[in-house]
Ligand binder design. Structure first.
Ligand code: ZN
Length: 165
């Protein structure tokens, strides 16, 4: 029986991700394929929706609008913070991601966009916010998640989540 992609399946796939400009910004094809647990928000919603019902061997091209990927870009979401807000031993570079706590204590991701002597500009937008994403995907394998994977909400093993401590 052919396994089709649905909630509770671990999916192994190869993908190339391009922007509207045609620029390829990410690809699994030079290394390990990606593994994700379907229905667990491991990947952007628009791609997960498009993969439902697919099976090993299927190749699809998926265009995902920003609202089903990393959301719209908020141009007001820049903040300038003192360099001292970051650990002194960290070499800050544009593109680095940090977690900051908001007033409710929730951890929110922020990205460094500019690094100055005294001040650092951070952006609350994901670097791909506002972008339409084009995925070219080949499904390699579909299998049932183990009980442990279902409990953790992500796949284990090569290409999956590692718990090496
Ligand atoms: Zn785990």
């Amino acid at each position: 029986m052919t396994e089709t992609i649905q909630d509770g399946k671990v999916v192994t796939l190869h993908y190339t991700l391009k922007l509207d400009s045609g620029q390829a910004i990410d690809s699994s094809r030079s290394g390990e394929p990606l593994k994700y647990l379907h229905g667990a928000n491991n990947i952007v919603p628009g791609l997960e929706e498009a993969l439902a019902g697919k099976a090993a061997g299927d190749k699809i091209d998926v265009t995902v609008p920003a609202d089903k990927a990393y959301g719209p870009r908020n141009p007001q979401a820049h903040q300038v913070v003192p360099r001292s807000a970051f650990p002194p031993d960290v070499e800050l570079e544009p593109g680095m991601q940090f977690g900051v706590r908001d007033e409710q204590g929730r951890v929110m991701p922020v990205w460094v966009t500019q690094v100055g002597e005294e001040q650092v500009t951070i952006d609350l937008n994901h670097p791909l916010a506002g972008e339409t994403l084009h995925f070219d995907v080949e499904v390699m394998e579909v299998r049932d998640a183990t009980a442990e994977e279902s409990a953790h909400g992500h796949p284990h093993g090569p290409g999956g989540h590692s718990h090496d401590e």
